[in-house]
Design a protein around this ligand. Structure first.
Ligand code: UTP
Length: 241
């Protein structure tokens, strides 16, 4: 089973420190020892936002700010690599081909950002599409995809299931409200839609939730189910013990 796990920077590195990174690395290694091949994509989190804000005050343009953000995502990727075992590559993959080659060698590949004007949400979706992954998991700091911004709207409800087309509509609605931050961005949603990628958006602050979602499809987030997908995939084991 090939899985792309996209871990938000604020999930992996809420503040610079070792413990959370080590826990996430441990879960990735456990899944690999159970036979999964894992591509991990790491976001920039609060550190990226602080650098971007400082550089904006200094007059940097938007592309320069994106490049700065990409550098921070790669710093966070290096932290994850530092916590992983020998099977991981020694540096973040700079593009999808490099990431795919690492996976073919049965190495754990880790990426940050790749190009300006997007976020690592889109990198996760593009990597999943490129390697023909069975599953894409977004480990975010929110519980799933909501009908509106839950911080702003008491009537916001979490979706348990969505088609990819409905995900695109839901995210587009959220992105039109200034200040509301969607759990995955619109470009990522569009890539998920065109690739028909089975996707889960969940609260990944406890990495064991990622493990359960990958092993059993068991989670409390939002399932993005491809058009026409029928029964649950055969790679999910029963979690009855
Ligand atoms: P993130 O993927 O962490 O963005 O990349 P985000 O969605 O703002 O962060 P979270 O999910 O809330 O933690 C950080 C920044 O790096 C640049 C963008 O400026 C992005 O906002 N970036 C990242 C790119 O320009 N291209 C990429 O491929 C990735």
């Amino acid at each position: 089973m090939k899985v792309v796990v996209s871990i938000g920077g604020s999930v992996l590195v809420p503040e610079p420190g070792a413990d959370r990174v080590a826990e996430h690395a441990g879960v990735i290694e456990d899944l690999i020892s159970e036979g999964c091949r894992i591509g991990a994509v790491v976001g920039g989190g609060g550190v990226a936002r602080e650098y971007i804000s400082a550089a904006r005050d200094l007059g940097a343009n938007e592309i320069e700010l994106d490049q700065l953000g990409i550098d921070v995502t790669r710093l966070n990727a290096r932290l994850l690599i530092a916590a992983l075992s020998e099977e991981s590559v020694t540096a973040p993959a700079l593009d999808y081909e490099e990431a795919s080659e690492a996976l073919r060698r049965d190495d754990i590949c880790v990426m940050g950002g790749v190009a300006p004007a997007q976020t690592t949400d889109a990198v996760g979706a593009a990597l999943a599409e490129y390697i023909d992954a069975d599953l894409l998991v977004y480990a975010t700091s929110v519980p799933g995809v909501y009908s509106a911004d839950p911080n702003e709207d008491d009537d916001a409800t979490k979706y348990d299931h969505l088609s990819a087309a409905d995900l695109v509509d839901a995210i587009a609605g959220l992105e039109m409200n200034a200040g509301a931050s969607a759990p995955v961005d619109l470009l990522a949603a569009k890539i998920i839609e065109r690739s028909g990628m089975r996707t889960i958006v969940l609260d990944g602050t406890d990495p064991e939730r990622i493990a359960r979602a990958v092993r059993f499809g068991d989670h409390e987030g939002t399932d993005i189910v491809p058009e026409g997908a029928g029964a649950e995939p055969t790679y999910w084991a029963s979690d009855e013990e």
